[in-house]
Design a protein around this ligand. Sequence first.
Ligand code: NAP
Ligand code: GLV
Length: 309
Amino acid sequence: MALLFASPDDDPIAWREALQRRIPDLEVRVFPEIGDPAEIEAALVWLPPPGLLASLPRLRAIFSLGAGVDRLLEDPTLPADVPICRMVDPSLTASMAEFVLLHALRYHRDLDVYEQQQRRAEWRLVMPRPASATVVGLLGLGELGGASARLLVRHGFTVRGWSRTRKTIEGVRCFAGPEELHPFLAEVGVLVCLLPSTPATRGILNAELFARLPRGARLVNLARGAHLVEQDLLEALGSGRLAHATLDVFTREPLPSDHPFWRHPRITVTPHTASYSLPESGAEIIAENIRRLRAGAPLLHRVDRQRGY
Ligand code: NAP
Ligand code: GLV
C-alpha cells in the first residue's frame, strides 16, 4: 500500500521515518512525486491543492494532519465516499492547552495593559489578583477545548465552557447549545475560541456576541479566521467593549502585510502556530489507522461530513 504525504508546512522526511518505524512495509510518497496515482490508497495531508485527492482513483482514506478539516471539505472535488479522519494526538493537544494557559495568564496578569503603558513610559501597578478572579470561557469543549479547560482548572482559574452537546468536566461550569450561549458569556473575562469552522459557527465572534461579554473582556481566537467578523472586532476594540485580542488564525494566511491587525495596538498576531502535531507522536495514530484500514476495521477519529467536524 502507498500513502501520499502532502503538506506545505510539515516535514515529510520526519513523518516518513516516524511512519515507517511503525509500519516498515509502508511506502510513503511525498507530493509532488506521486508516481502511479492508482497505487495510492491513503493520503496524509494538510492544505492539499484542490483536486489532488480526486486524482487518486483507488484512495480509501484521507488522514488530516490538522484537527480542523474545514479546508479539506471546501474542495468541491473531494471524493464523496472516502472516509476522512482528523488529527487527534497528544502533542497537538498538549501544545494547544499550553498556548491557552499562556494567554490566560498573560491577560490575567495584565501584560496587555503594561504593553500599552510601556509605550507611554507610564509606571502604574495593577494589583495582582488570584487566578480564581479571572473567568476564562472556552467556546468548544472537544479534544483541545476540554484539555485546555482541565489545565486552566489545575492552575486555579474559574473556567466555563460551551459546546453543542453538554459535557461534564470537573471544575468547569459547562453550557450547551445556542440557548445557553448568552448565559455562558455573561461573566467571561477571557474568551477563547476552539470551535471547528462549520456553517453553524462561522462568524460567531461578532458584535452581538461581544456585547454579551463583560465590558473590557479579552478575546483569544485559536480556531479559524472564519469565526471572526473582523470589522466587528475593530469596532469593539475601538469602543472599549473589548480590551484586547490575540489572533492566531485568519481568513487569509499568511495575513497580508497591509492588514490593519498587524499594527493595531490592542491586537497580538501569531502566525497560526498555537499547536502542531509532532511526527513522533502523530505517527502513532496514523499508523494505527493504517493498520485498521488494512484489516477492514473501523477508523479512529472519523469526520462527520454533514456536521463538518
Ligand atoms: P473537536 O474535538 O471536534 O471539538 C469541537 C468542539 O466544538 C466540541 O466540543 C463541539 O461540541 C463544539 N462545537 C462544534 N460545533 C458547535 C456548535 N455549533 N455549537 C457549540 N459547540 C460546537 O475539535 P478539536 O480537536 O478540539 O479542534 C477544534 C478546532 O481547533 C479545530 O477544528 C481547528 O479549527 C482548531 N485548531 C487550531 C489550531 C491552531 O494551531 N491554531 C490547531 C489545532 C486545531 P460537541 O462535542 O458537543 O459536538
Ligand atoms: C490546525 O489548525 C489544525 O487544525 O490542526
